[in-house]
Design a protein around this ligand. Structure first.
Ligand code: HEM
Length: 407
């Protein structure tokens, strides 16, 4: 229990791996039950026949979003970040925390795909939804909640974070229920699939964008190289997703940020449904397995200088190390939104870096803390950044023209 309440759990578990080997057991009380064994949810539900059917349903629905629709939805949000509602341009060179803007952009991609609904940053409905999802994600990571996995009896005792989690879950269900009623959908599985996509698709992408800017503030040379590459390859237009192979430096940056700070650092807990084995170690039925993706991304046997931010590693030796990236997990529980997320990371980063130079507020001390705060989602601590518009950024008309050339 003490181990699981560490303030930066992924790094702590990575240190334990250095001491005890890549696979080790943590004993947390006697019970192996997960408190969050999430009922009808894809992300927290146990592997079973109905779970497989539900995952197939959500996966199929995501695949049916045509490439073009997804592409233009993300492009639109990237452009909205720039100027249509004067977001970054409107900050006029002042130092600001961009995390909320990134969250609005990421969640609009998901609500557009699901409901064709886009929110303004000021929308009261959006504020309600975000504050609720945000609280749920941070309460999930609380040691007082994790303790209930191992000691279910504690649920009977007063536990403020647990009561707050239940309150937030009730609020969440109310908001999602209203959305589904609007579309005349009431099924419980659908309800939870909506929760999965909103939580999985908003917090992660927004957290990743915040990490990318934070790393670029520490390494401005990388930002310049990405910008120069885009100017050279794209000349005066905005990129499309099909340009990713022609922009290796940008792609390497995206991979390196995913490696350094996998935003779901401990994936989701997996449970062994029967006696099994991993790498020759016996795993008894019902053991909860925590895949430490953060640890795998910092394993010196796989990565040279694993703690250094070096996007160029993905350009060396034909970029072979990309195969060792596990930021989206693997196997039966692989991230359902991987394809959506990859397109989002590429287009948002490309558009932002094409139009803006991100600079820190001047003092060395104001550079973002790169350790971050680890909960279910690994987030960078709040920091301020100045978005300076590039004088020669492409204009809106060229972006419109270019939309017709996507594939
Ligand atoms: C930077 C972006 C993202 C990263 C790094 C990420 C990473 C992950 C990881 C590591 C898992 C757990 C996999 C495992 O346990 O093996 C996961 C699960 C999941 N993700 Fe993502 N994700 C991202 C974006 C998204 C987006 C945009 C969506 C929705 C469109 C999404 C939806 C989901 C869902 C529904 C699950 C649960 C899958 C299951 O349990 O079967 N994710 N994600």
């Amino acid at each position: 229990m003490r181990e699981m309440s560490h303030p930066h759990l992924p790094s702590h578990l990575t240190r334990l791996a250095q001491r005890y080997g890549r696979i080790y057991t943590l004993r947390c009380g006697n019970s192996r039950d997960l408190v969050s064994g999430g009922g009808c949810s894809v992300s927290l539900g146990d592997y079973s026949q109905p779970w497989r059917a539900q995952r197939r349903l959500v996966h199929g629905a995501l695949q049916r979003c045509s490439h073009t629709a997804l592409h233009s939805t993300i492009q639109r949000q990237a452009l909205l970040l720039r100027e249509e509602s004067q977001v970054l341009i409107g900050y006029n060179g002042s130092a600001v925390d961009l995390s909320e803007d990134f969250t609005v952009a990421a969640s609009n991609v998901i609500t557009m795909l699901m409901f064709e609904k886009e929110y303004d940053k000021e929308s009261a409905e959006l504020q309600r939804l975000h504050s609720c999802l945000n609280k749920i994600v941070s309460l999930w990571g609380s040691p007082w909640i994790s303790a209930l996995d191992s000691f279910p009896l504690l649920r009977k005792l007063p536990n403020r974070p647990f009561s707050r989690l239940l309150e937030e879950v009730a609020r969440r269900d109310d908001i999602i229920g209203t959305l589904l009623k609007e579309f005349k959908l009431t099924d419980t599985h659908l309800h939870m699939a909506t929760v999965d996509l909103l939580i999985g698709g908003t917090e992660t992408t927004a957290a990743w964008l915040n990490w990318a800017v934070a790393f670029l503030l520490h390494r401005p040379q990388v930002q310049s190289r990405v910008y120069e590459e885009m100017c050279e390859v794209l000349e005066d237009r905005y990129p499309t997703y099909s340009d990713r192979y022609r922009l290796p430096i940008l792609s390497a940056l995206i991979s390196e940020v995913l490696r350094m700070r996998p935003v779901a650092p401990l994936a989701v807990p997996h449970r062994a449904l029967r006696d099994s084995s991993i790498a020759g170690y016996f795993i008894p039925k019902d053991t909860v397995i925590i895949p430490n993706l953060f640890g795998a991304h910092h394993d010196p046997a796989v990565w040279s200088e694993p703690y250094s931010f070096r996007p160029e590693r993905f350009l060396e030796a034909g970029g072979g190390c990309a195969r060792s990236l596990l930021a989206f997990g693997g196997g039966a529980r692989l991230c359902l939104g991987e394809a959506v997320a990859k397109m989002e990371l590429f287009l948002f980063t490309a558009y932002l870096l094409r139009d803006f130079q991100f600079v820190s507020c001047g003092k060395e001390a104001s550079l973002p803390d790169l350790m971050g705060e680890a909960s279910v989602v690994l987030k960078v601590k709040s920091y301020q950044v100045i978005a300076v518009p590039r004088p020669d950024g492409p204009n809106q008309d060229r972006a419109e023209d270019h939309r017709t050339h996507q594939n």
